[in-house]
Each structure stands twice: as C-alpha cells, then as structure tokens.
Design a protein. Structure first.
Length: 637
C-alpha cells in the first residue's frame, strides 16, 4: 500500500494515465476515420500520405532489417508528418477512389525531404512492390509510443522503495529537492544568469530546471552543464521530445569533443550526426564484417535448406546453431564496446525505451525542450536515472494534444510546468537575450517573463536600416479583409491579408536592396498560425518573379514550424478578422510568444485590431506597438 504522503502524486499520475487514454482513443478513432472516409487529396494535404511514390532499392541494414527506399513523386511542397520510428501502411488506389492496403505494416527508419527508408517485416512482401505500378504510403496509427508511455506511468505509480519512487515524490509530491554544498565555478565566457544556472545544476541532488526564454543561450548553458557534469560522472543520458531537438543538442556536444552515441536514426540526418548513430557506429566496428558474413550465410542456408533429407537438415541445424551463437557473441561485444566508448547517450524520450538501453542506468538525465514533452514521455527516461535536469521554456509551444477533453484536463501541462509552480527553488531563469532588438523583446518580457529579460548590448539597438522602426503593425480594421475557412478544412485563410503581407515584404526588400540582401545573407520569415494561410503565402511567393533570386532567403511556415529558429526580419499574418471578435486558437498565447520572438531586427504584424483586441493580450500588444513602434492603418482600396 502507498503511504499517505504519496497519495497526491499517485492521484495526479492516475489522472495523467486517464487523460492519455482519452488522447490515445481519439487518435485511434481519428486515424480510422481518415483511413475509411478521407479522399486522397485530403490525406495528402493533411501531411500523412504520399501518393504516388516510387520504390527504390531494398537491402539489409546493419541491424539486419530488410529495408526499402521510397521516393515521393508528386506534391513535394506539402509538409508531411513522416518521421523516424513511425509505422506506415502501403496502398494502391483505384480510379473510383478505393484504397487497397497491402497486408503488412512497415516502420520508418529514415526520412528526409522526399525520401524515406522503411523497414519491412519480411522478404515475402517485396513482390507486392514489384507487382504494383501505382503505390502510395500513409502513416499508420502508432500504438507503440502510447504503450510505452502507459507502461512508464504504471511503473512510476507502482514504484516502492526505489530511486524512482523517491523521484516521484520529489518531482510530484511534497518531498523537498536536495542540494549539496559546492564551491561555485567561474565561467567568464558566460553571463551571470548562465553561470548561476550551471552551478545550481552541479549542486542539485535530485532535480533542476534551466528556464531559457527565446535567445537567452539555453542550449549553450545546457551543453556547458553537461560538460561540467561529465567531469564528475562517467556517462549521462541526454533526451528531448523530438529527433530534431536530440540531433541539435547532440551536435553541440560533439562540437565540444564529447563522445556521443545517438540511439535511433534522426529524422533529419546530416552527415555529421549520422556517423554518431548507433547503427553507423555498429557498422564501423572492426568486428562487423565478420558479423555481416555470418548473417548472410545464415540467410543463404535458410533459403536453400527446404528440400533436404532429415540427416542433412540435422547437420544444417547444428551449423545454424553455431553461427547464431557466434553472431550473438559478436553483437554483444560490439554493443558493449559502443557504450563503453561513449560519454553521452542521446535519444528521444520514447526512444529511451529502445531495447539496446534495457537494464542500463545513468547517474544524470538531461531533458532538452522539456516544455514540449508530455509528462508520460518524461517518465520513460526518468526511470533510468538518479537525478534529472530539465531545460526549456514553458512560455513557448506546449506538447501537441488533440483531444479537447484531454487539454481541459491538463494533459498539455508538462512536468516542467508543475515543478516550476511547486518548487521554485529548483529553477534558474536565463535573463540576457542575444537575439532581439530591445523594442521587439519588451512586450514578451513583460507579459511572459515578469519583465526580467534584458537585451545584450550587441543586439539592443541593432537594425538593418538607419532610422528604421523595428516594430510595425499594419492595422486592417475597417477594411474588407475578412477571413475564410477553406472547404473541407478546419484551418483559416485571409487572402487580402496575405496579399498585403507580400506587398510589404516587397517594399522592405526594395528599401534594403536585393544586392545587399544576397551579399549579407539577410533572411526573412513569414509566419501565420494557420496552415491554409501558410500554403497560400507560399504560392504567392513562388509565383511572383520578384522573389525568384531571394527564395532561399525567405521561409514561410506555421508558428510550430519556426520553433527554435530566428530570422533577421519576421512578418506575421494573424488572419482572424470577423465581427464577433472570434480568434480561435490565437487564444494560445504561447504560440504568439514564439512568433514574436523569432525576429532579430524587424517585426511586422498584419492584423485586424478590432477583432484581436477583444483579448487582453492583443489589446495590450497593440498599445505597446503604438508606444514603441508604429501603427499604420491600412486604407481600403
């Protein structure tokens, strides 16, 4: 039985379990509906389907998996949600709109841009590809991640007289976090708040949080904290919610000369990080050629032993047994060598359940982008460690939760948020930002960070043009700039606003000069919270010859797509314009925090103040721009 002391934490964990169950069921039902009812074009637009695709070569990878290369042939500009580790189904598509799914599930082992590598369950499915002319691929409902999270929540609820049980009561209960007395270390190349954060991480026995607002050098601070920890510990685990975030922090660690072993193939693999993945390191091991030959021999023997007599089959079985024993022996040796040589084990939170990490424990766990991770996912990795360091910003994008009931119940409220609220003595706020002009920084600092941020001297007054205004709002109130909802879509679009945005972008480019933009590599970000508006803006940019030579300097994306990025100039289309003052999911102010804080030197807002000012945040932001920048009323033409 649990003690009374642990009851509050167990109640909250059970709530997490129940809410996650609702999210799981919602996603499962949604997938079923999409599979059975959605048309091809709709599936492609939503980003979970490629059609048609071209099947390329097939081969066995270093993990002895049969994989096949898949290339997208059409609709290459549409964003997609394919990523490493997710299951997929292949299908054919009849002219009458009927889908025929091939009778197996594959798993993505690599994806980048328009190329995918999928691991197949068996060689017998290969003829399905060879005999089919027009084939497509779509995401399959991923039960594995959910099952892993459910298991983690169950384990932490049932934990007794273990380090996991202690951490549960510290992270979620009333047990105070412990600290050891250490003589502070000086880091002259860091600012005071970064230096303080690292010393606090080193002194923490159980939990510590590095709260890094936009541009404050959170990654730099985290890398330094890991580096210093490795002076005291032999090996640590570093995790994040997404493959992209894991790759980013892992790359920074390798730049410091730290041996990193990356578990799981990254979603976007560059040549540098690919060489640090478990798979590539496995292939590069001196004993791998022998292992590869043994595996090949086993496959050849198995395929040629069908029509043999009993004595021959007994001989073959004995030989196979010896070969398999040697293969297992080599696999264990290579695996041991890879882990012994590595100081940092890097993986996603769900990836920490990978079988190669079974029965491994770590003295310290560092979770980057912790404010974007579901609590259940964090517990998967926490179960393998003695202490936890979280880094992120809970005032930026939250985890993706699709069920309204789960959101209402608080599934998107992260473990980091809960600890910040209940144990403020375990949090260091990074206060000096190196990205934004101080006028751009001012409002987010006031609204989200208790007015504690300050701009570093080198960026405080930085601009592109002399006597430029870093903050402008083009106010479309009173104009006929009405929003629309495209057919068969839950997104929103404002065509007039998109046209105005591209017009203002042209004007600002002309003021700077194209030659200077190309020479100095000045870059631009066009942001909208709505995917339909983003796609329309992309079409406008693509079709206008004016932007042709500058297209590499211009990025158009949703707010979510810009998380973690920055641009010299940011233009934001807010889209919403209606008489009722409805602003939809612009109510999620964390998204606006991300959008505003992407800008380094110039921020241009396009929006209808009469609609948006129904909300206090947008009303106060509008007044802030009036005081610190310029409000330009848009005249109806």
């Amino acid at each position: 039985m649990s003690t009374n002391k642990s009851i509050p934490s167990l109640i909250d964990l059970q709530l997490q379990y129940d809410l996650l169950q609702k999210e799981y069921q919602f996603e499962k039902d949604t997938y079923k509906q999409q599979t059975e009812r959605e048309g091809m074009w709709r599936k492609i637009q939503q980003g979970f389907c490629w059609f048609p695709v071209q099947a390329g070569k097939s081969y066995y990878n270093s993990l002895n998996q049969l994989v096949i290369e898949i290339n997208r042939k059409a609709d290459k500009e549409i964003e997609h949600s394919f990523e490493h580790g997710r299951p997929v189904r292949f299908f054919t598509y009849d002219a009458d709109g009927t889908f025929h799914y091939l009778n197996f599930t594959a798993v993505i082992s690599y994806v980048q841009d328009d190329r995918m590598v999928a691991a197949l369950p068996s060689p017998v499915v290969l003829p399905d590809f060879q005999q089919t002319k027009e084939i497509g691929v779509q995401l399959y409902f991923d039960e594995t991640s959910y099952k892993t999270m459910f298991t983690a929540l169950t384990d932490v609820m049932h934990a007794k007289e273990s380090r996991l049980a202690v951490l549960r009561e510290i992270l979620k209960g009333s047990t105070p976090a412990g600290f050891r007395e250490l003589y502070p270390i000086r880091f002259p190349w860091l600012n005071p708040s970064q230096e303080s954060a690292i010393n606090n991480v080193l002194s923490a026995r159980d939990i510590y949080i590095i709260h890094g607002p936009p541009g404050t050098g959170k990654t730099t601070t985290l890398v330094e904290a890991i580096y210093e920890t490795l002076h005291r510990e032999n090996q640590v685990m570093v995790c994040a919610q997404s493959n992209t975030a894991v790759d980013w922090i892992a790359e920074k660690l390798t730049d410091r000369g730290i041996p990193v072993l990356r578990i799981g193939n990254p979603t976007r693999v560059n040549d540098k990080m690919l060489s640090f993945t478990y798979e590539k390191r496995f292939e590069a091991h001196a004993d791998y050629p022998e292992l590869w030959k043994i595996r090949k021999t086993i496959r050849e023997i198995q395929s040629s032993s069908k029509n043999r007599n009993r004595d021959e089959k007994d001989t073959i079985r004995n030989r196979l047994s010896k070969l398999r024993f040697r293969a297992t022996e080599l696999e264990l040796k290579i695996d041991t060598d890879l882990f012994d040589e590595s100081r940092v084990i890097a993986c996603t939170l769900v990836g920490s359940a990978n079988k190669v990490l079974n029965n491994r424990r770590f003295t310290s766990l560092f979770i980057d982008e912790a404010a974007q991770a579901l609590e259940a996912a964090c517990w998967i990795a926490i179960s393998k460690t003695d202490r936890v360091v979280l880094a992120g910003d809970h005032c930026q994008l939250p985890p993706t939760v699709k069920t309204p009931e789960a959101i209402k119940g608080g599934l998107d409220r992260t473990l980091m948020q809960k600890i910040v609220s209940s144990k403020n003595n375990t949090v260091s706020l990074l206060k000096t930002q190196y990205r934004m002009h101080h006028d751009i920084m001012g409002f987010p600092s006031r609204w989200f960070y208790h007015n504690e941020l300050e701009a570093a001297p080198e960026v405080k007054d930085r601009g592109i043009l002399s006597l430029d205004t870093p903050l402008i709002w083009y106010d479309t109130s009173g104009c006929d700039f009405n929003e629309d909802q495209p057919a068969e879509s839950s997104s929103r679009i404002n065509i007039s606003e998109a046209v105005l945005l591209t017009h203002q972008l042209k004007e600002y480019i002309n003021k700077i000069g194209k030659a200077r933009i190309l020479d100095e590599k000045i870059d631009f970000g066009l942001i909208s919270p709505y995917r339909a508006q983003v796609q329309y803006l992309r079409r406008l940019i693509r079709r206008d010859a004016f932007f042709k030579q500058l297209r590499k300097q211009i990025t158009v994306h949703t707010v979510d797509g810009f998380q973690g990025q920055e641009r010299d100039v940011i233009l934001i289309s807010l889209v919403r314009a209606n008489e009722k003052g409805q602003i939809g999911f612009l109510h999620d102010l964390r998204r606006m925090n991300v959008a505003i804080t992407r800008a380094k030197m110039k921020l241009i807002i396009i929006g209808d103040s009469s609609t948006l000012s129904h909300h206090t945040f947008y009303r106060e932001f509008f007044q802030y721009v009036r005081k610190h920048g310029r409000i330009i009323p848009v005249e109806q033409k």
